[in-house]
Structures are given as structure tokens and as C-alpha cells.
Design a binder for this molecule. Sequence first.
Ligand SMILES: Cc1cc2nc3c(=O)[nH]c(=O)nc-3n(C[C@H](O)[C@H](O)[C@H](O)COP(=O)(O)O)c2cc1C
Length: 369
Amino acid sequence: MPLEKLLSPISIGNLELPNRVVMAPLTRNRASQPGDVPSEMNARYYAQRAGAGLIVSEATHISRQGQGYWAAPGIYSDAQEAGWKNVAGAVHAKQGRIALQLWHVGRVSHRLAQADSAQPVAPSAIRAENTQVFVKNEDGTLGFVDVDEPRALETSELSGIVLQYVDATQRAKRAGFDMVEVHAANGYLLQQFMSTHTNRRTDEYGGSVENRVRLTVEVLEAVAGVIGADRVGIRISPNFVGFDLKDAEAEASAIYLVKELKRIGIAYLHIAEPDWAGGEPLSENFRQTLRDAYDGVIIACGEYTAEEAEARIECGEADAVAFGRAFLANPDLVERFRRGAPLNEPDEATFYGGGEEGYTDYPALDDNE
Ligand SMILES: Cc1cc2nc3c(=O)[nH]c(=O)nc-3n(C[C@H](O)[C@H](O)[C@H](O)COP(=O)(O)O)c2cc1C
């Protein structure tokens, strides 16, 4: 059978996935307003994609401070928790499984995206050059603005950051999510702490690899304490270069982190490869080192075709593969892979913001029968 591995079952933590086709996290900026609350439309979108082995939700703010973009959902209010409970319920009703991606943007933000025009926070007070976020202006119009210079978090504030993850995980658990995924990728807060360029701290959270990775490890331990390590995954993106992120020691940090994942018993490692945002491709040597260091589930992601995904699993460097834009445009992606059917093309103009168009109206194969 073609795609034999990709379409075969796998266990992640205590979850049994019927296939290894994961839906990658995709920000769509369609949470209902006011309050960034997941809506009935959002529930419909995720339920349409319940054929995935596992859905990873769009990145979701763990606090107001963690927010950088207009209409991305949160998981810090009762209304948001109720909205997500409806989403998770809709996915479960279709026999799917869903993880919530926990997000703090750090410096990739602007006062307009914060409560009371607060200054965004980061490991160090270094503004991200050539980086914009989409916000609601004071006159009510929507648009892109250059990010603000952040303030450096005090050492005494970091336990509060960990608590934001804990509170969000408690809400995710109550909302019925099967897992949570700690977003330590794509140049946001946790990766800002890991990177040599954005972290210039002189306390125990800066300097050595161990120090720069410390906050991420503390977050993972705390989140695992709430929901169980077997229900926690993490996403990293070594070599990511978006949002002015540079890291002279990206590989060393990842290798150190992976040993900690093993110690804590984290269920999966999700690797966002540096494809869609630019950046050096991961070397074969690095992939193999990660594989050797980690015996949990590795999910690869980044411009994979079904055949490339099959080959990556076949060679053992990944156990599952996540698809972003292909899942966005093909609600029944797994069924299309199974039948060898052609794929709908994603429409970039409707990726971020808007309504049903380019969101819930991509046709499934059976719609045409
Ligand atoms: C519209 C869009 C939104 C995205 N939002 C997120 C996100 O919320 N969290 C995240 O970790 N990655 C996000 N990504 C990255 C994707 O998860 C994925 O890594 C990327 O699209 C490459 O995979 P693909 O080639 O299969 O689309 C986003 C990508 C796109 C295109």
C-alpha cells in the first residue's frame, strides 16, 4: 500500500492516533470579538479536519501579556475556555483528537495589542527589526505596525510567566483538550530566551545553553505537573530566522533541550523546519543527533508532500509529519492521501482574518459525489 507508514496508527502519550498525519498549528485570526473567544465557526473548521491523527490548534495566548496579534484566540478567560470546550467537543464528536498550542509572543507585540498599552516583554530590551504585527488601531481600524521595543523581564517575574502557562493548561484540561503543545518555536518568547541574539541576560536565565533553555524546561515541568507529561508536546524551530531571530547556538540548545524532554517524559517533539520563513535547512547530522537523543515521538513539519513524509518516517528520523497549508485547504487531507486524490490549493489571501471564505468552505471529496 502506498503511504503505508504515514497512514498507520501510532501512540503518542496515552493517545492512540489512527494515522500519522498531524494538522500543524495555523493562526487564522478569526476568534470572535470582543474577547478573542473561539466561536461556533472555529469549531466547525476544526471538526471538518478531525480526520487528522492529531490536530494541533492555532497558537493561543496564555495571557493578555502574551498577545501580539488581533483576533488570535486566548485561553485566559472563562469565555475563551467555554469557546475552546465547544471546539474540543466538536472534534471529539467526529472521533478526532486535539492539542492546544500554548503561546506567549514575548517581543513580537505592540502596545496596541496589550492591555492598558503595556510595553511588551522579552528576555532583553532588544526590538525585533523588520517585524510587524497586525493590530487594532486606536481609531478602530485594523492594520500592520512595527513591533515596539520590549522591556526585559525581571528575574522575579519569571515564575509569573511559568504560572501563565500553568493557568492556561488548567483551562485547557477543563476544556477537554487531549494534549497541550508548548510553543517554543518561530521566534516567540521561549525561543527568544533560547537564542544567543535575543537573550543577553546575566542572571541564571542567560549566558550558557543550560541557562537560556531554563525557562522552557521550567514551563514544561510545570505544565506536565498540571496535565501529565504524557499529554505534553513541544514545538521548536532550530534555524528559524523570522522576526529578526538569530541564534549562534540553535543546534546546541535543541540537543540540550531534547535530553530534558526525555528526563521529564514529554510525549512528543514537534520540529518546525526552516522552510516557509527562510533559514538554513536542518542538516542530516543534526536530525540524526536529535533522533538518537530522544526516544519519544518526533513530528516533522515544513513543506512536506505525502511521499516525502512517508520517506521521513520510513528512515526513522520522524514518527509522524504535520501538514500546515495542505490541511488548511483540504479538510479531508487524510482521505485524499488514502485515495491518492488531488489536493485543493490554499488561498493565501484568506489565511489571516475574515469569515467562512477560505476557512470552512474548502471542499471535501465527498462534497462532489
Ligand atoms: C497561515 C499560517 C499560520 C501559521 N500559524 C502558526 C501557529 O499558530 N503556530 C505555529 O507554530 N506555526 C504556525 N505556522 C507554521 C505552520 O505550522 C507550518 O510550520 C508551516 O506552514 C510549514 O508547513 P507546511 O509547509 O505544511 O504549510 C503557520 C503557517 C501558516 C501558513
